[in-house]
Design a protein around this ligand. Sequence first.
Ligand SMILES: [Zn+2]
Length: 425
Amino acid sequence: MSKLMRWLAGGVVAIAGLGAVGVGVTTWQFANYAPKDAPQAPDPGALAYFVDDYQGARKAFLAQGEALATQYRGVERFEVPIVSSKAERDQFVDGLYIPAQSAPKRLLLVTSGVHGVEGPTGSAVQRMFMKEFLKPEALAETGVLFVHAVNPWGFSNYRRVTENNVDLNRNAATTGALYRTVNAGYPTVSPVINPAGPANTGALGNVLFPLRAVGLIAQHGMPTLRQAVLQGQYQEPQGIYFGGQAMEPSLRRLAPYLLPILAKYPLAMTVDLHTGYGERGTLHLFFDPPKDAARRAMLEQVFAGQRIDWATGSDFYTVTGDFVSWVGALKESAGGVHLPAVWEYGTMDSQTTMGSIKSLHVSLLENQGFHHGYFTSADEARIKRDYREMFYPSSPDWRLKVMRDSRSMFTTVLANWPKVGAPGS
Ligand SMILES: [Zn+2]
């Protein structure tokens, strides 16, 4: 070998070595990815709202409801059982309605657990609001309707989806046209996000997942991929973000309870509580651009002083069949105006490329394990732990921040909303 050749060969080895180091660093960072929390002041009362299991959270919700029923006139309660061959015992979508005590001017709906695994946080926020904010002055002209655990099976089993693998936030529609929607980009990504066989965290495809994802991003572009994955799909019943082939029975049976209450008020707003997406430790207001300027202006007034993400930036994606739009359609079919307000407590820094790839990987492993089993019991434990941590972090600082932000947000809403008139009033 000539001197030059030796030098060139050495260069290639060095570059390959650097590449291997790069791959090693990336895969290590990926495997150990865990965004940190800012330290919060201690507050045992705030932490006590968090109840991990569905039955415990339901019991606490019902008890809080009983307390309100003794304080206020006309409190109503309803429960929608889960009816399905896969249903389990004692799982209900629970409703609690406290009417406006003097004049029905506006209705606030606060809903939790549309994504079951996000239920413990949503339930905690609901009970905090019930206990700390429902004072006589707040209820004079504002009625409040709580829907607890819209997906109780998912809450009980720590899955995002229902007993039918359906994502309720892709399933809620007033017509059957939704279920014939074709997500054109989904087949491209499906082999990567819906792998077959038992879930094995040590498999090369999983260890190297960030590189495969970066390859897909380079090939298709982040906006296209994000849209294909997250929009919702109606073709693959075992795939992630499956929106179903018909409306889920729980939603169909919930509608007749919601309608007469919605009809009593000229104006309604739904605060639907979610976790997972967005910057960790931040309560995001992820609002779809409303269909007219008047509704947008009303939301801006209600949340004045808080930052609204109008979901129009580069990380924006549209979804089909979301729950708050469906409640809005019910409300407006009964007359009046509805304001959709999704609150999302971020956990994974999914606004970063690493965070979004990690979120996707955690989601797909959980879905793979559910449908195809796990390679080892250690895989099962790790996959389930990562999934729960993504939607319901155990970190006390994260939970304290949830309560701090929620108190601030509800304070804003209760102060501002009475100043906003219904259109035409
Ligand atoms: Zn969610």
